[in-house]
Each structure stands twice: as structure tokens, then as C-alpha cells.
Design a binder for this molecule. Structure first.
Ligand code: 13P
Ligand code: SF4
Length: 343
């Protein structure tokens, strides 16, 4: 891999300011070392409008590249090293189904504002924009949920019910004000029994990688490492987050590890999120503290982006054979609205 790495660096020198490589924190180290900008979903979305390069190579999953293409300037092209890297959760809210559910809620007199996690596709973001809603990420879900609550008589949070629940708990929205919708292929299941007084309606989606963590994993770690600190990503189930010492976006987890390394060296820190990030943190702070994954959690789609694929897309850009990510024109205005409401 030595040669590939050197060749990527050579292409970066050749293209200079025309190229910007962006990457999510879950990418593997071999990819992250080449990124000009690394961040969590919110940071990456915020940085795109400031990038002036002609070619943006986005190392992450499909919805992230799609959002980058939506926020890019005219004439800029966005490339994904692995077009088949698709966040599984982003497929849990097909846009026509979300529209059907919103229609059913409106028919029943509910002016519900949709609040979509960034982990959704362009068509869903367009529906959200049309219905006066916005996008959020795990870094700003609290602020965005408070905003959405003021826009209508309730909020439909989608697709991650765990992020929705964890955010509601942090804001003090009681469990009796929340309801996880039951959704079939034609829309709401049994709409007659839908409680109409609930303020927060949750789409029944989740990230399978984070949802597999269990409160017992936390208890076992505490027993094995007395005095340890446990932090996790809010895509984990509420029962898990409630027994952790802290929770937040991937950038929060990195900042927390850096703080503990500086302020409390010797601490054992248990981190509940995708393991590529946890291993990077363990290595970075190995002289100050011990960092251990809460359990096995690898996002197979994030891992589809490899250094070799990054090299391939860069060589294709140089030879003008690379195909940029195409987004549907007519979906752009409402989808952009839902994103810019957040930004
Ligand atoms: P962040 O927004 O925290 O970067 O997380 C994105 C994600 O996909 C987590 O699984
Ligand atoms: Fe999607 Fe989960 Fe992978 Fe994040 S970790 S990209 S939410 S499947």
C-alpha cells in the first residue's frame, strides 16, 4: 500500500487547489490520512459551501456525498470513491412512504413538522422541505427538535427512533409525550388507534450497528474496569445511553477523549460507536489513557471506501473518466431548503 499512498499524495500535489478530499470520522486510517477535511456529518455539511475546489472527493456513505452535491457550488463536481457505500438507516424512510404518513397525519388534523436525520436520501429531504421541516444531525438534534416543536403542533422525527428518544430525554420531553409509529408498506398501521395528543412521533428506524449495544455491555465494562468512563453515540438505544456518562456525535466523542487524556490521564475510557473511530482514538491517546470499544461495531458500508478506491477515483479524475455523483434537479430546491434550515 506504500505505493498507492505515495501516488495519492502525488495526485494531490498535481491537482493542488482544484481538489478537496473530505472524509467522515468512521473512515479507516489509510483513507483519513489523505483527507483535507475530516469531520462529523454536521461539520462536513457546513464546510462544503466554503470549499472552492473543482473536485470534491467525499469519503463516506452515499447520503453524505448527496448532501455535499446539494450544497456544492455550480460547476463543482462531487465524487464518491465507493458508490455502493450506502448507510442502511438512510434506506429506512422511502420518500413516498414518508409522504403518505405525513398526509395521513394531516388528514387527521395534525400539523406535524418532519425533522429528518441527515442519514436520509435526497427524495426524503425534499419531502421534509415541502412540509416545512428541516434536517438535523446527532450534533444539533436538540436545538433542531426545539425549533421544530415551535413550528407546528408536533414533530415527526425520522428515521432513527433512538436518536429521537435520546434527544427528547435530554430536552425533558416525557416518555408519555412520545409515540413510535407503526408503519406498513401502505402507510400508518391502524391509524384509528394513533394517539393524537403525542408531541413527538418517531419513525421506527434505527442504525443496526449502534442498536446492538446493550445496557449489560456497559455494566460488564464497568465491572471489568472499575472507575472507567463510558461514552456512546446517541444512535444507541435509550437504555444504553441512560447508563453512560456522556453521549454525542462522533466529534463529541473525539473531544471527550482528548479532554479526558489531558485532564485525567490514566483513565480507562469505553467508547460505544463504530470501531474504526475507537481504534484511532485508542492509538492517538495511548500514552495518556486506555480507550476500549464498548463492543464490536463495524459499519460495513463506511468500510467499503478503501485507500485503493480513493486512488482509483483520483486517477479517473486526472484522466477525466470519473463520473460525478448526479442528483435529481427537481428534488434540489425543497431538499436544499431542509438542509439550509439546519445550516
Ligand atoms: P455523526 O453525525 O455523529 O458524524 O454520525 C453519523 C453516523 O452515521 C453515525 O452512525
Ligand atoms: Fe449508517 Fe449506522 Fe453506518 Fe452510521 S454507522 S453510516 S448510521 S449504518
Amino acid at each position: 500500500m506504500q505505493n498507492i499512498s505515495a501516488e495519492i499524495q502525488a495526485i494531490k500535489r498535481q491537482l493542488g487547489d482544484k481538489l478537496c478530499i473530505m472524509g467522515h470520522h468512521y473512515q479507516n486510517d489509510a483513507v483519513v490520512q489523505h483527507c483535507d477535511i475530516a469531520g462529523d456529518s454536521l461539520e462536513l455539511a457546513r464546510r462544503v459551501p466554503q470549499v472552492n475546489a473543482d473536485y470534491i472527493v467525499f469519503c463516506g456513505v452515499y447520503f453524505m456525498g448527496e448532501s455535499a452535491a446539494l450544497l456544492a457550488k455550480p460547476g463543482q463536481a462531487v465524487y464518491l470513491p465507493s458508490m455502493d457505500a450506502d448507510c442502511l438507516m438512510s434506506q429506512m424512510t422511502p420518500a413516498p412512504l414518508a409522504r403518505k404518513v405525513l398526509e395521513q397525519l394531516y388528514e387527521r388534523g395534525r400539523k406535524v413538522i418532519p425533522l429528518a436525520y441527515a442519514n436520509t436520501d435526497l427524495a426524503l429531504k425534499a419531502v421534509v422541505g415541502e412540509y416545512g421541516g428541516a434536517v438535523c444531525t446527532s450534533a444539533n438534534a436538540g436545538v433542531m427538535l426545539q425549533w421544530a416543536m415551535k413550528q407546528g403542533d408536533g414533530v415527526l422525527f425520522l428515521p432513527d427512533r433512538h436518536l429521537g428518544n435520546n434527544t427528547a430525554t435530554a430536552l425533558g420531553i416525557p416518555p408519555q409525550d412520545r409515540h413510535v409509529l407503526r408503519i406498513g408498506s401502505k402507510g400508518l398501521v391502524d391509524p384509528e388507534t394513533l394517539p393524537l395528543d403525542k408531541k413527538l412521533l418517531l419513525w421506527p428506524g434505527c442504525c443496526a450497528i449502534h442498536a446492538r449495544f446493550d445496557p449489560d455491555d456497559v455494566r460488564e465494562m464497568r465491572a471489568a474496569h472499575p472507575g472507567c468512563r463510558v461514552i456512546a453515540h446517541p444512535e444507541c438505544r435509550e437504555e444504553v445511553i441512560s447508563v453512560c456518562d456522556g453521549a454525542g456525535s462522533t466529534s463529541f466523542l473525539i473531544k471527550d477523549a482528548a479532554r479526558i487524556a489531558a485532564e485525567a490521564p490514566g483513565t480507562t475510557l469505553i467508547v460505544g460507536t463504530e470501531n474504526h473511530l475507537v481504534h484511532r482514538l485508542a492509538d492517538r491517546f495511548k500514552d495518556q489513557c486506555r480507550i476500549i470499544p464498548l463492543g464490536h461495531a463495524v459499519c460495513g458500508n463506511m468500510a467499503k471506501v478503501t485507500e485503493k478506491k480513493l486512488w482509483t477515483i483520483l486517477t479517473e479524475i486526472v484522466s477525466q473518466k470519473a463520473i460525478p455523483l448526479a442528483i435529481e434537479e427537481e428534488l434540489c430546491p425543497p431538499a436544499r431548503l431542509s438542509l439550509t434550515r439546519m445550516l
